[in-house]
Design a protein around this ligand. Structure first.
Ligand code: HAM
Length: 412
């Protein structure tokens, strides 16, 4: 779990500003849910035999009312829970998004943290392939707007719940026939979650996995048509992708389209964004059955890619730093700062307890575009000496209004 220090937060804020405009451009509205939910919600939605539920959740008993609670490991379950609880879909389909910390007790490494952040997007009540495609093209747009590169898209279809069930049986049969080649992890998952065996990172399992039955043979006509339509919309909009028939995802709620955006620039933690359709989930956790799809991006991973691009790291957006010395100067500086803010300027005020020389050093370090100097003689005239910190220009003596004009007219 990381502290995000002010220097680093500049990039976070740039990302958040871009993401908010991007979400608005597609008509998504913000939903904010608590970071805690009843444990049962995650077990039922993500699936009891998944890595997340088996070993990664921060779960505890709330002794005050003897209830098992969990810090959210992802946002889809909470979003769907809230939509059901507040009857949101009753008013028609909903385009929703959320941002914030998620918690998974994984082994920490570069790009993998125990508290990490997601921007999640969920479209509830939409059945058509256009929504699957919308989510994918909107991701592509975000990468463009952030100026990040080297990202590729993999897509797959998991078909209907029935198709998955019959595929599951075929897989179990195949792995049972080759039981002597299974590693401990695969044996443990064989009956609870055989699809996850396909995701094994163990090179000794790769041969066995390559020969395993394929889901394609179980896919139903309607799902295949849906997947075709998604692909033709992607082609239409020029989004490049590869179909990876082995892409299954680590959460149980998916059906039909699934996708992952990957990069080769971050090492082992190479998925920056992932999602898909989950038409069964709303019904499964107590709502009136309705189709849905969504995705979430890992903010830390996207930021790491932003750091690698040529775009300059944003500086702090401070217009002016006010240095002052003396009692009258302090009082005037305090009110001048407020008057400048009234006129739309961002202002940082020194505490005035040290020499002008050291205050000017702090002004330089603050990243402000201008510095103002106020001594008791300026205060008497209700003026300030103002100077640009960017081009080393002359100091000018002026009143607050003129200072504000100078600051605002010089903005890029
Ligand atoms: P997920 O694949 O578990 O899906 O997570 C989505 C993204 O969150 C990952 O691709 C990754 O970038 C980031 N992420 C996951 N775990 C960590 C970690 N420990 N440290 C840093 N980043 C991490 C979901 O969470 C689904 N709820 C996505 C979804 C929304 N599907 C439908 N709607």
């Amino acid at each position: 779990m990381n502290d995000i220090l002010p220097e680093q937060a500049l990039l976070w804020e740039r990302f958040e500003d871009t993401a908010r405009d991007w979400l608005r451009a597609y008509g998504y509205r913000n939903l904010r849910t608590p970071v805690l939910e009843r444990t049962e919600l995650f077990v039922r939605s993500i699936g009891a035999a998944t890595d997340i539920v088996e070993k990664e959740m921060y779960t505890f008993i709330d002794a005050l009312n003897d209830e098992s609670l969990t810090l959210r490991p992802e946002g889809t379950a909470s979003c769907v829970r809230a939509a059901i609880e507040h009857n949101l879909i009753y008013n028609g389909p909903q385009r929703l998004y959320y941002t914030g910390p998620m918690f998974r007790h994984e082994r920490p490494q570069k790009g993998r943290y125990r508290q990490f952040h997601q921007v999640g997007v969920e479209a509830l009540g939409f059945a058509g392939p256009d929504l699957d495609a919308e989510h994918i093209v909107m991701c592509a747009r975000l990468w463009r707007e952030l100026g990040i590169e080297g990202i590729t898209l993999e897509i797959n279809t998991l078909g209907s719940a029935e198709a998955r069930a019959s595929y599951r049986l075929r897989l179990i049969e195949y792995f049972e026939q080759n039981a002597d080649m299974l590693d401990a992890d695969a044996k443990r998952r064989l009956y609870s979650n055989p699809l996850r065996v396909l995701d094994s990172k163990n090179p000794q399992m790769h041969g066995l996995i390559a020969e395993a039955p394929r889901l394609e043979d179980d896919l139903d006509e309607a799902s295949l048509q849906h997947f075709d339509d998604v692909q033709s919309l992607l082609r239409e909009t020029g989004v490049q992708f590869t179909v990876n028939p082995r892409l299954v995802r680590g959460l149980d709620y998916y059906n039909r389209t699934v996708f992952e955006w990957k990069t080769d620039r971050l090492g082992a933690q190479d998925t920056i964004c992932a999602g898909g359709r989950y038409d069964g989930l709303i019904g499964q956790i107590g709502g009136k059955a309705a189709p849905a799809c969504g995705f979430a991006l890992g903010v830390e991973r996207v930021l790491e890619l932003m750091r690698m691009t040529a775009l300059p790291t944003p500086g702090i957006a401070l217009d002016i730093y006010i240095a002052h010395q003396g009692k009258d100067a302090a009082r005037f500086a305090f009110s001048a700062a407020e008057q400048l803010r009234d006129r739309g300027c961002s202002v940082a005020l020194d505490n005035g307890e040290t020499s002008f020389k050291s205050q000017l050093k702090r002004a330089d370090a603050s990243g402000a575009r201008f510095v103002a100097i106020i001594g008791d003689s300026e205060a008497k005239l209700r003026q300030m000496g103002i100077r640009s910190l960017r081009d080393g220009g002359e100091q000018k003596q002026c009143a607050v209004e003129a200072a504000a004009e100078l600051i605002i007219s010089g903005r890029e």
